[in-house]
Design a protein around this ligand. Structure first.
Ligand code: ADP
Ligand code: MG
Length: 400
């Protein structure tokens, strides 16, 4: 994007130094059980590279949205355990972020050892919009280390203390994960191999409409499923029953559809929908035409004919970016659409990129082989904002 060079850990002399690594360890949890440890695994290469070079590694990360308060259910303790297992090493876990425990743990590290700080978002300064409050917290975080490595790709679109302010206070570099992620995103924005198809779904409708604006000049084909599809169906004048709907976005969507038609960009919308009586795995459900969703039902997945249509529109493409599950894949009756799209990507033979925490988790929990995709990104919002052409605070902070 900006064309500046990202500094890498090869540019840092880390031996014997305390290195603060901002990782993305925001994994899905069921109680204190980690249901998908993909993000922890993705953080290992950089942590291991630093250990091998004799650094004292202090990892920091967030989990969920505790909103600046200490909430035990958002503790990183289960993540510390899993990280230790995967590294095959003892992890010194600090019971606070920048307090007494964090300072003691940081001071006690030997060369090649690893510590994890408690959830960054237990501190209001981490996400504060007030520069002074965020800066004060960044000062305390930076004081724990001598060097900074940014590797939490999933958070680089956030102007948060650990992402944006700390690298401005310490000599810094990008970790291997960020370097790899940015390399892939470049292939989706510069000299894209065509046809280029983008598949969008998931639940955060308004977040995802923004990227369409930018993709209308770049993609050849945009396939829409998941929760945002109902705003599209409504824009076409259809009833969507109790489905997810953002009324205030209907006009925007209508404008996108008109612009796409002018620009020769093909929008592919589902032709059938799995409509359920409630948001529950055991809810009564049936496949209905996309333009005939009953008033008392909600669409929780794209239907089988849509799955086939989407797969057919992916065949013959050279590049595919997919963000957002096609339905509520966490419940088996509504996982078929997401499965069909995952298979469609694999069968396309294209350069395939899956972005988004839930999309990546879906691919794995539905039993697909990660290696069947060209790249599974750890960041959804971050990938989308990069594709929108926005400047990402956590990336610009790592440039030299
Ligand atoms: P990602 O993390 O990959 O960017 P999102 O967070 O935007 O994806 O969306 C993931 C969520 O979207 C999943 O938990 C899924 O259950 C939900 N979802 C998908 N389709 C629907 C739908 N039709 N109605 C409600 N939620 C949906
Ligand atoms: Mg998500």
């Amino acid at each position: 994007m900006e064309g500046h060079r990202l500094r890498t850990i090869d540019d840092l002399d880390v031996r014997g130094k305390r290195v603060l690594v901002r990782a993305d360890l925001n994994v899905p949890l069921d109680g204190d059980r980690i249901t998908d440890d993909g993000r922890i695994r993705a953080s290992l290469p950089t942590i291991n590279a630093l250990r091998e070079r004799g650094a004292k590694v202090i990892v920091c990360a967030h989990l969920g949205r505790p909103k600046g308060e200490v909430k035990p259910e958002f503790s990183l303790a289960p993540v510390a355990r899993r990280l230790g297992e995967l590294l095959g090493a003892e992890i010194a876990f600090a019971s606070d972020v920048v307090g007494e425990s964090a300072r003691a743990v940081a001071a006690g590290l030997g060369d090649g050892q690893v510590a994890l700080l408690e959830n960054l978002r237990f501190e209001p300064g981490e996400t504060s919009k007030d520069d002074a409050e965020r800066g004060a917290f960044a000062d305390r975080l930076a004081a724990l280390a001598e060097l900074y490595v940014g590797d939490g790709f999933g958070a680089v679109h956030r102007k948060h203390a650990s992402v944006y302010d700390v690298p401005r206070r310490l000599p810094h570099a990008a970790g291997g994960l960020i370097v790899a992620e940015v390399g892939v995103l470049k292939r989706l924005t510069e000299n894209v191999e065509r046809p280029y198809a983008v598949v969008l779904g998931g639940s955060k409708v308004s977040d995802k409409l923004g990227v369409i604006d930018n993709l209308l000049d770049k993609a050849d084909r945009i396939l829409v499923g998941g929760g945002m599809v109902y705003t599209f169906l409504a824009a076409q004048g259809h009833q969507v029953g109790k489905s997810l709907l953002e009324r205030d976005q209907i006009d925007t969507v209508r404008e996108y559809l008109a612009r796409a038609e002018k620009a020769g960009v093909e929008f592919v919308l589902p032709v059938d929908i799995v409509a359920a009586t409630a948001f529950a795995a055991d809810a009564d459900h049936e496949v209905v035409p996309a333009d005939a969703i009953p008033a008392d039902r909600m669409g929780l997945d794209i239907g089988p004919a849509s799955g086939r249509l989407f797969a057919e529109r992916l065949a013959g493409t050279k590049t595919v970016f997919w963000n957002g599950p096609m339905g509520v894949f966490e419940m088996e009756p509504f996982a078929h659409g997401t499965r069909a799209i995952a298979q469609g990507l694999i069968d396309s033979g294209a350069f395939t990129v899956v972005g988004g925490g839930d999309s990546a988790a879906a691919v794995r929990t539905l039993g697909f082989d990660e290696a069947a995709f060209s790249h599974i990104s750890t960041g959804g919002g971050a990938s989308l904002e990069y594709l929108e052409g926005k400047t990402l605070p956590g990336l610009s902070a790592l440039e030299d």
